[in-house]
Design a protein around this ligand. Structure first.
Ligand SMILES: O=C(O)[C@H](O)[C@@H](O)[C@H](O)[C@H](O)COP(=O)(O)O
Length: 260
């Protein structure tokens, strides 16, 4: 388990810009080292703000978009093209503006696909796609993602793993169907903590006053069942990217020495 590293930015706008710059550099480093990179995207306002900042970054095209694998940490289980789907929002914010290899954009199944409205079957399908992409040195039957992004909910949920619900308790499967999600829509598909923890780096995004309680709780170590975000960590790095409002209730001893 890698101890969480905290970075606090002045406000959510600057956090999105800084996180986008950080992601560009991380992808460029991975591509320089291995000729490819893989990133897991997250839904939500902070995740989408990062994608929008990346789309408008002057350094955007330092990334070789044709050699980037994109996966999702979770997805709202809705028909293809539904504006509420995370992949639809990601396309609008960034993906349609950059020359990605469509074969390397791994969207989670929609509810009108081959599995129909069976979220569990859709989850199994995505787990099989992840396992097929995993290599001999990878963990948990998923690729060693360079960066796995997670927005943090006000109840400390990450992806579609909600406190006390079955998904956060999953210890072997890499992808699960979620029903009865407290955050609409109720039916989702989500990576599990074992899959999340296979990533080289896990970056948790939280901005705004409405996240201050969740951030303080998750960092105080209550356990992942009560606070799923506290169970999200990477093999090499766990990074909390915050703004001052979201960091306003963390214990003083955890507050990083400088913030921008
Ligand atoms: O499908 C989703 O809704 C997201 O993946 C979810 O996990 C999101 O990241 C958090 O709820 C934070 O969302 P906000 O950034 O909008 O607060």
């Amino acid at each position: 388990m890698t101890a969480p590293q905290l970075v606090v930015h002045r406000d959510k706008e600057l956090m999105a810009l800084a996180a986008a710059a950080r992601l560009i550099t991380r992808i460029v480093d991975a591509q320089s080292a291995r000729g490819t990179a893989s990133v897991v995207l997250t839904g939500g306002r902070n995740g989408n703000a990062l994608l929008a900042a990346l789309a408008s970054s002057p350094a955007r095209d330092a990334v070789d978009w044709s050699r980037l694998d994109l996966w999702w940490g979770d997805e709202r289980f809705l028909p293809e093209g539904d504006p509420e789907r995370n992949v639809t929002q990601a396309r609008d914010e960034l993906l349609d503006a950059v020359p990605l290899d469509p074969a390397r954009v791994h969207a989670m199944p929609a509810s009108d696909g081959v599995d129909g409205d069976n979220a569990e079957a859709a989850a199994e399908r995505y787990a099989a796609e992840l396992a097929k992409a995993a290599g001999p040195g990878d963990h948990a039957g998923v690729p060693s993602f360079d960066v796995l992004l997670l927005g943090v909910g006000p109840d400390t949920h990450v992806a579609s793993l909600f406190p006390e619900l079955p998904g956060v308790r999953e210890t072997s499967r890499t992808v699960v169907g979620v029903r009865g999600a407290p955050k609409p829509p109720p039916v989702r598909v989500s990576l599990t903590l074992p899959a999340i923890r296979a990533a080289r780096e896990v970056w948790l995004l939280a901005a705004g006053e409405d996240k201050a309680e969740a951030v303080a709780l998750a960092l105080s170590g209550p356990g992942e069942i009560q606070a799923p975000a506290s169970g999200a960590y990477g093999q090499q790095r766990t990074l909390w990217l915050l703004d001052r409002a979201a960091a306003s209730k963390i214990p003083p001893e955890m507050y990083p020495p400088s913030s921008s």
